[in-house]
Design a protein around this ligand. Sequence first.
Ligand SMILES: Cc1cc2nc3c(=O)[nH]c(=O)nc-3n(C[C@H](O)[C@H](O)[C@H](O)COP(=O)(O)O)c2cc1C
Length: 158
Amino acid sequence: MKKLIIYATRTGYVTECVEKLAGMLSGDVDTINLAGRPPAIDPGRYDTIMIGGSIHAGKIQKVVRKFCAAHSPLLSTKKLGLFVACLTPPEKAGQYFEDNFPRSLVVQAKAKGFFGGAAYYERMSPIERFIMKKISGMQESFSKPNDAGIKDFARAMG
Ligand SMILES: Cc1cc2nc3c(=O)[nH]c(=O)nc-3n(C[C@H](O)[C@H](O)[C@H](O)COP(=O)(O)O)c2cc1C
């Protein structure tokens, strides 16, 4: 019963979530960061696959969208989970799934995870930092993890 978590991150928050998630899942868990030059992925080797990333201006990372599009027929045969990290609260963030993943996968997914979000100013560009400070009203880096959301997701994925 092998499990795979595939993800992308901009400033590292999703990596933290994936580490927590991997620790909550049973059995063998592989994690793959799609950034840079990821190792060759053979999704056929896994029976449970979880895919996610973080939201910037309403969009998940392009590598995540590309991966889903490229593997969508195979993914439709798996136990699938989708997740997002963002600063919009879960009750208002559902649309991000519809907007960023193929409809067939959203419908099929056993779980949709809202993992919370963080603003790590030191890892942002000056413009991003300026905008985020304005929007959030927070002058220091902060994180708003949704550990309960990660736990619920892990429970659903087994
Ligand atoms: C430039 C920028 C745009 C963002 N846009 C959104 C957004 O549209 N909706 C949202 O809920 N969060 C938004 N966020 C918050 C990120 O989703 C949040 O910081 C997330 O935790 C980043 O995760 P990462 O470090 O793994 O990339 C934005 C953050 C930045 C820096």
